[in-house]
Design a protein around this ligand. Sequence first.
Ligand SMILES: Cc1ncc(COP(=O)(O)O)c(C=O)c1O
Length: 417
Amino acid sequence: MTSPKFLTPVQVRTIADKFGTPIYVYSEKMLKASAILTNNFPNAFGLKVRYAIKANSTAAIIKLFDSMNIHFDASSSYEVERLLMIGIEASKIQLTAQELAPNLKELVGKGVLFNACSLRQLEAYGKLFPGHRVCVRINPGIGSGHANRVNVGGPSSSFGIWYEYFDKIKSLADKYDLTIDTLHTHIGSGSDPAVWEKVTKMNLDAVKEFPDVTTLNMGGGFKIGRLADEKTTDLMQIGSKVKTFFEDFYKETGRKIKLEIEPGTYLIAANGALIAEIDDKVDTGKEGYTFLKTNTGMSDILRPTMYGVQHVMNLVTKSGDLPKETENVVVVGHACESGDILTPTLGDSEGVATISLPKTEIGDFLVIEDSGAYCSSMSAINYNSFPRVPEVMIMEDGEFVLIRKRQTMKQMIENEL
Ligand SMILES: Cc1ncc(COP(=O)(O)O)c(C=O)c1O
């Protein structure tokens, strides 16, 4: 355990005093640095970065990326509407969704780009927009994920059109006079460089099959090392290989293919943290465990429960002193739910594991690190009627700006009749 990754203990206590806990905190400076890094992804013939807003769809974060020349990947028609509502230009948004958008005609009519993720979606688009251009998502036959649930390629994944069905894609394109100018794959959030190399080659082979394709979107999946033994993807390492493959493809075919990437995790995971408070401490005797109960959990952060993963947790005491003595504890959430565990056994969301923390007191703060992505946007919101938590941005000049207010009870129940 070290001190918090991007927050000082004084900042933690100040934020908690000013806004209360639990609360998400993001660093403007780090978000900008991540945007610059991704915009520098090596490429041969042009690059567009799309931020996968499912990772974190808070308006202030989206607007920050918009100002950094980043475009957007929306996973549902609702995400598209959300982006439009906060003022993002339609032409910067691509819809890549499992569910066929009921308002596809209206959204594409506004200029939103469509990525057909199944044969049914391609046909529906063709009927609405014969003679138009389109992007097609393929499942290249392999995937990569830090957990099975984030592996979205290969035979056990329903995402994209299976790579053996190119003939069906072509005949639908012919039927509706569609120009397939973009191919898309997203194989999962594991980003093993060797898998990326293999998939790039497979994708470029697929591009050969579609003569009108000018852009290849390789999806996201660049990993952030959340625990000490996990590696953060080296974008330059992956990108320089990908660039070489695109150059080789040009030499072979005379076609200059533009690259798109669609990171979620990489742009934001490490740039956010969740500050919570120790609410209680109980134990189950000599043979049992010491449990730290927090005032957060699956209602704010679901990843541990869902994937059997842990986030590094750093303790900031109320007093400012860090006790020398440590103890092994199981950290749990506040939901009345046995699965609400913040320290599950790695790879087994049902097991409990201990972590070593300095001896804590009730009221101390726990900083749950690397919780910028798939946390605030992917929690069991309002379970046990816990309100959605506020979010704060630490601006480059050090100011704390509230970017989402705490949900009120009235808001929680306002649609109930
Ligand atoms: C189509 C698509 N693109 C991009 C992403 C972003 O993935 P990551 O957050 O691993 O970069 C996802 C995540 O599931 C996705 O489904």
